[in-house]
Design a protein around this ligand. Structure first.
Ligand SMILES: [Zn+2]
Ligand SMILES: [Zn+2]
Length: 160
């Protein structure tokens, strides 16, 4: 994503808006593949301050992400804000003769905002640790059949 900064460079305090669809199809974070069925929308306002170029923006869209509990894919809506500051002078300064490319920064913001635990629904029952069925659709007898030593102890106490 590139921002045309040329026009705002002439005047301190000048700003310009930029809206773009971010070109990304999928990313893999912590061995999970996150798919973007539509390109996320990036909306930024770029301001020319005294010494810096200030980029304030928003990233929003929809991603298909696997549920951490049941592993089913679900639609995750996201919307988050970000701010980036670029030096106009000094050793870390950007090239003011070119458009400002913020693609790498946007990509990084997307990656860090992918939730570590994404749950398809608060009521998601997850997978049975014994037989592996999806408990949202089916039920099993594993819990009842398996003898949990903690329950045994409790049972004995209750029987006394
Ligand atoms: Zn789930
Ligand atoms: Zn089971």
């Amino acid at each position: 994503m590139k921002i045309r900064i040329k026009e705002i460079l002439e005047q301190t305090g000048a700003s310009c808006p930029t809206t773009e669809q971010f070109d990304i199809e999928e990313i893999t974070v912590q061995e999970r593949t996150i798919i973007f069925p539509v390109q996320p929308t990036i909306e930024v306002v770029t301001t020319n301050t005294q010494d810096e170029i200030l980029v304030q923006g928003e990233i929003r869209g929809r991603a298909i992400i696997p549920c951490s509990r049941c592993l089913e894919l679900f639609s995750w809506l996201f919307n988050f804000e970000f701010t980036e500051i670029y030096d106009k002078k000094g050793p870390e300064s950007i090239d003011l003769t070119k458009d400002l490319d913020i693609s790498e920064e946007v990509y990084q913001y997307l990656v860090v905002n992918i939730p570590i635990k994404a749950i398809c629904s608060e009521n998601c029952q997850g997978l049975c640790p014994e037989c592996g069925i999806n408990k949202n659709y089916e039920s099993c007898e594993c819990r009842l059949a398996g003898v949990d030593p903690r329950w045994e102890k409790l049972k004995r106490l209750l029987e006394q």
